[in-house]
Design a protein around this ligand. Structure first.
Ligand SMILES: [Zn+2]
Length: 58
C-alpha cells in the first residue's frame, strides 16, 4: 500500500500497490479526484484528474 496526500485538504490517501498510471483516486475526505501520474519504487505521483464533464460551453 502506498500513500499520497490530497492537494486540496492534505488528507492521506491510500493507493493500492497494483495501481496503474491513469487510475483515478478519490480523496476520502473531500472527494477530489486525482489521477496517478507516475509510479516508482513505492512512491506515487498524482495530478488533479481532468473532469470528464467539461463538454459545456461549446
Ligand atoms: Zn481531500
Amino acid at each position: 500500500m502506498m500513500e499520497s496526500k490530497c492537494l486540496e485538504c492534505d488528507a492521506k490517501m491510500k493507493i493500492n500497490d497494483d495501481a496503474i498510471v491513469g487510475e483515478i483516486i478519490s480523496c476520502p475526505d473531500c472527494g477530489a479526484d486525482y489521477e496517478v501520474a507516475s509510479l516508482g519504487n513505492g512512491t506515487v505521483t498524482i495530478k488533479v484528474a481532468e473532469s470528464v464533464k467539461e463538454d459545456w460551453g461549446e
